[in-house]
Design a protein around this ligand. Structure first.
Ligand SMILES: [Ca+2]
Ligand SMILES: [Ca+2]
Ligand SMILES: [Ca+2]
Length: 332
């Protein structure tokens, strides 16, 4: 009972842990770390020394990389040699060798001369027809140019020789022909048929072609008078009311100067034209000298003081005249 009374005392209990005293180390037994002496005043602090193992790793890495590069380069060189040694000679190729350089083995070769396939069109031994590989086809599909191959420059040359060439074989013409005129078949040859007034009551009919800038040309055309000898007129160097006219009708050739309206008759020559017979009419003018040919024979010669050397061309039929034309060429 007496102890129960003591336990019921209101005095607060102090926890036992609060009474534990902390362990006190005897620091006098731990030797203090030596403090490095401070650098002398005014001297820089030396850099820390690299560790030897890290340097070694870098050296090994560099050596390995170098070896790998050498091996890879060796493989590359070996591949270039294999590729080079497998090359089969092309046409005209001879004396193939594999030459070494730092960029690998490469083949060198020579080309045989006068050989079809050496990328050179060689004069005296090759043309487009026998070696199209080396010699280009210089045909430019134009009758107005002379086509050839220049062996020196190795290029085609297409030199303009004509202003105009038409034979009507394709059934078309650039001549601005009138309604009555058309391309017909004449004994297997396509020709330009030019009737006069007999169709649709037309008094006369005409067509012009070329341009005022066409200069210093020669003309040539084939003609045939059909049905009658009324004939036709052929104008050249025609510009406005200036120009020359060859007038063919009634078995004579008349040469005139002038244009569509006013004309001056210069000369007249008889010529025994036959019906349904083809003739070739040719005109030339060299400086002031004019020559007119029928079938390559000079039928008329005239000296003109006019400086007339350029202009378009015109064809006209007279009255009942009916003419057929073919192979018209205007040569520069
Ligand atoms: Ca060749
Ligand atoms: Ca041509
Ligand atoms: Ca023809």
């Amino acid at each position: 009972m007496c102890s129960d009374l003591i336990m019921k005392d209101d005095t607060p209990q102090i926890p036992v842990a609060q009474k534990v005293q902390p362990e006190v180390k005897d620091i006098s037994q731990v030797p203090p770390k030596p403090t490095p002496p401070p650098p002398p005043a005014g001297e820089p602090t030396p850099p820390p020394k690299p560790k030897k193992s890290k340097t070694k790793k870098i050296v090994i890495g560099l050596v390995l990389t170098f070896v790998l590069v050498i091996v890879a380069y060796g493989i590359f060189i070996a591949i270039t040699y294999l590729n080079c040694s497998k090359i089969t000679p092309k046409t005209c190729e001879t004396n193939i060798k594999c030459g070494f350089s730092l960029s690998g083995f490469r083949s060198t070769s020579e080309m045989k001369d006068n050989c079809c396939g050496n990328a050179l069109c060689e004069e005296g031994s090759e043309t487009n027809s026998d070696c199209p590989t080396d010699c280009p086809n210089c045909d430019d599909n134009s009758k107005l140019t002379a086509d050839s191959f220049n062996y020196q420059t190795q290029e085609c040359e297409n030199i303009a020789t004509h202003y105009f060439i038409e034979d009507f074989e394709e059934g078309k013409t650039s001549i601005s022909k009138k309604v009555n005129w058309k391309i017909i078949d004449d004994q297997g040859d396509k020709v330009l048929d030019c009737p006069g007034k007999e169709i649709n009551g037309v008094e006369n009919d005409w067509a012009s072609f070329g341009s005022d800038g066409w200069a210093n040309y020669e003309t040539e055309l084939n003609f045939k008078l059909v049905e009658n000898l009324e004939g036709f007129g052929f104008h050249f160097f025609s510009k406005g009311e200036q120009g020359y006219i060859v007038d063919i009708r009634d078995r004579k050739i008349t040469f005139k100067t002038g244009g569509q309206q006013g004309r001056e008759e210069v000369s007249l020559e008889p010529f025994d034209f036959k019906l349904d017979k083809w003739y070739t009419l040719k005109t030339e003018k060299t400086e002031s000298d004019i020559k007119i040919y029928i079938d390559d024979v000079v039928v008329f010669e005239y000296t003109d003081s006019q400086l007339l050397n350029a202009g378009r061309l015109r064809i006209e039929t007279f009255g009942d005249g009916h003419v057929r034309l073919d192979d018209i060429s205007i040569k520069k």
